[in-house]
Design a protein around this ligand. Sequence first.
Ligand SMILES: Nc1ncnc2c1ncn2[C@@H]1O[C@H](COP(=O)(O)OP(=O)(O)O)[C@@H](O)[C@H]1O
Ligand SMILES: [Mg+2]
Length: 230
Amino acid sequence: MSSPEPLLLLEGVAKEYGTAAGPLRILEGLSLRVGRGESLAIVGPSGSGKSTLLQILGTLDHATSGRVELAGQNLSALDDFQLAAVRNRQIGFIFQAHHLLPQCTVLENILVPTLASGGTASAEAQQRALRLLTRVGLQERLGHRPAQLSGGERQRVAVVRALINQPQLLLADEPTGALDHASAVNLGQLLVELNREEGVTLIVVTHSAELAGKMQRILRLEGGRLMEAK
Ligand SMILES: Nc1ncnc2c1ncn2[C@@H]1O[C@H](COP(=O)(O)OP(=O)(O)O)[C@@H](O)[C@H]1O
Ligand SMILES: [Mg+2]
């Protein structure tokens, strides 16, 4: 019996940047299979290419060579328009900085990714926003602006925004890097719970051994190569 189709499949993924001193090779032919609903941490030294890899997985950057498949679709066969659609519908992002719009309320920020055609948010999107905001304990902050929230609250808003379009894949680059310890633990726990509850595949880049340890798998990126570390 063959194993079920993975959500994410990488084969021989390499990445080079052109520099004045010649090509700089960051990723050396990575292969990886990530199943639907899995949770995975990527750890490794600063500058090892973790963000570069996450950007490639998130269709924000291209591999120099190799193959990346998301849900059976070969990403390098898609044009920019199709990639933007994949990004909007199938992938959620969380970064170290929240990137919320300062002039918009919590609820407005969360609904932004649902406004693909420029209209108003559907009743369904609004219901999902309210459910998720309640789930992360922010039901009393709907009308707040980002500046009126704590760092941990802002990251929880960013998590809800990342999940609003029901993505299959949630990518988080150092999501707790700017938080105090208590808020970081809280956010890590929330990510693990949402991975299970929403069935979203979770890939977290982190320097925190504590956060990495909460994931089902840990991969270490070093010297351009990925190694299973758990
Ligand atoms: N646009 C770019 N052009 C040239 N080099 C880059 C570019 N982006 C990243 N790099 C280099 O790639 C390496 C990996 O960067 P990055 O993926 O940000 O590492 P990490 O997230 O693990 O700290 C670094 O040496 C960085 O300087
Ligand atoms: Mg990085």
